[in-house]
Design a protein around this ligand. Structure first.
Ligand code: PNS
Length: 167
């Protein structure tokens, strides 16, 4: 996509294991604010993911195939280094409530220490997603609860397949 030389590029980094409707809400808001938003999946997370990085990027692409300024990518190492490499000046993070704030503030300040030219922008999802997290989605699914309306259909069906593969 052709971009102005001063295009405002944002990176939305995260684990996205899996993508939830809360993430989608934030990405849609970001796509309206920035010329481009790169949804960047962390590859070297210590925790063992349920979905592979490829699966997570495929899910993001599936959900944003009609939004040309949303891109899915993966990264390793420091997020500020990745952002700089991609010409991004903004890191987007979602804030669901006060409980997110302390961890997010620490990360934002550390990232500012590492690269003062990169600004963190916090965005709040729609109210109905303030209790949705990837961790709880996996737990509820494993225990047989309903996650309909909280994740995209493609995530729900993949989770179901993974669940049935285990039993
Ligand atoms: O969705 P998550 O798991 O809360 O996302 C955390 C993430 C990926 C944003 C964070 O762990 C991260 O940026 N990791 C990359 C390593 C890094 O840059 N660490 C220093 C920043 S505080």
């Amino acid at each position: 996509m052709a971009e102005r030389p001063t295009a405002r590029i944002a990176v939305f980094p995260g684990s996205f294991d899996p993508l939830t409707n809360g993430h989608i809400d934030i990405i849609e808001r970001g796509a309206k604010l920035f010329d481009r938003i790169i949804v960047a999946v962390l590859t070297n997370a210590a925790k063992t993911p349920l979905f592979s990085v490829e699966e997570r990027m495929t899910i993001i692409r599936e959900n944003f195939k009609n939004t040309p300024n949303v891109e899915a990518d993966s990264f390793d190492g420091l997020v500020v280094d990745y952002a700089r490499r991609r010409g991004a000046s903004v890191l987007v993070r979602g804030l669901r409530g006060i409980s997110d704030f302390e961890y997010e503030l620490q990360m934002a300040m550390m990232n500012r220490h590492l690269d003062p030219a990169i600004e963190t922008v916090f965005m709040m999802p729609a109210e109905q997603y303030t209790y949705v997290s990837s961790r709880l989605i996996k737990e509820v699914m494993t225990l047989g609860g309903s996650i309909t309306g909280l994740v995209p259909a493609g995530v729900e069906s993949r989770l179901r397949k993974k669940g049935s593969a285990r039993t």
